[in-house]
Write a protein that binds this ligand. Sequence first.
Ligand SMILES: C[S@@+](CC[C@H](N)C(=O)[O-])C[C@H]1O[C@@H](n2cnc3c(N)ncnc32)[C@H](O)[C@@H]1O
Length: 264
Amino acid sequence: MSALPPLHSLSVIVTTLRAAGCVFAEDEARLLVSTARTPADLAAMVDRRVAGLPLEHVLGWADFCGLRIAVDPGVFVPRPRTEFLIRQAAALARPGAVVVDLCCGSGAMGAALVATLDRAELHAVDIDPAAVRCARGNLAATGGHVYEGDLYAPLPVTLRGRVDILVASAPYVPTDAIGLLPPEARVHEPRVALDGGADGLDVVRRVIAEAPLWLAPDGCLLVETSERQAARTVEAVTRAGLIPRVAGSDELDATAVIGTRSTS
Ligand SMILES: C[S@@+](CC[C@H](N)C(=O)[O-])C[C@H]1O[C@@H](n2cnc3c(N)ncnc32)[C@H](O)[C@@H]1O
């Protein structure tokens, strides 16, 4: 809204959000006020947040690596911890890098890499049509290509052996742990974005197994995982013939496993 609501209504919103269990009620209230176009819009947004929708779905956007990424209803909300993987990828990329973002969701990771790297060529894939639509919107201005399908299947074969940076934040929650997620994720994000099978690594293992076919010599695969899953992820990377390395951030509660294709 162009003008802030009177202080008392801002404090009413804070109180309403706090009563609904929003831990960061002040921050959320400020974001809702600055995003709403009219008072009626603001009231509807507060109602949707109180009903349990993720803040980013109510706002229609998420901040990721300093970019405002549109997040449509039913599309996975990019997490702050994933910014760690982007930093690792950016440190490994050369100018003009060919970048693939598998399981791209909203396209946040690809958008952040294109914004950070010098002249990157981006290809992004997701299996969920809603995510593909959302990613196409977010990546339209970058010249990136977005494909719909299962992991590598929709990528042009001409990319084989040419990918410098392959990032994947695939679903990695063990099926039995999905019930323990907060309702924002459990109820409002699609199962296909979360469920990684019995040990959480079903999709991640498929990403790793096929990576050597697509990576350029010296190309790197970077997958997001959890600290608990890191050892098994490293095993899969080693089995695929890539040189593994684990990187982590306590601050962001983030773990990345990096696999490099050796030139020899
Ligand atoms: C955890 S979300 C991550 C989304 C995005 N990378 C991010 O960080 O915001 C996982 C994404 O993987 C997609 N996905 C799941 N299985 C897939 C598959 N077999 N092929 C392509 N995408 C898949 C889901 O639709 C979802 O968008």
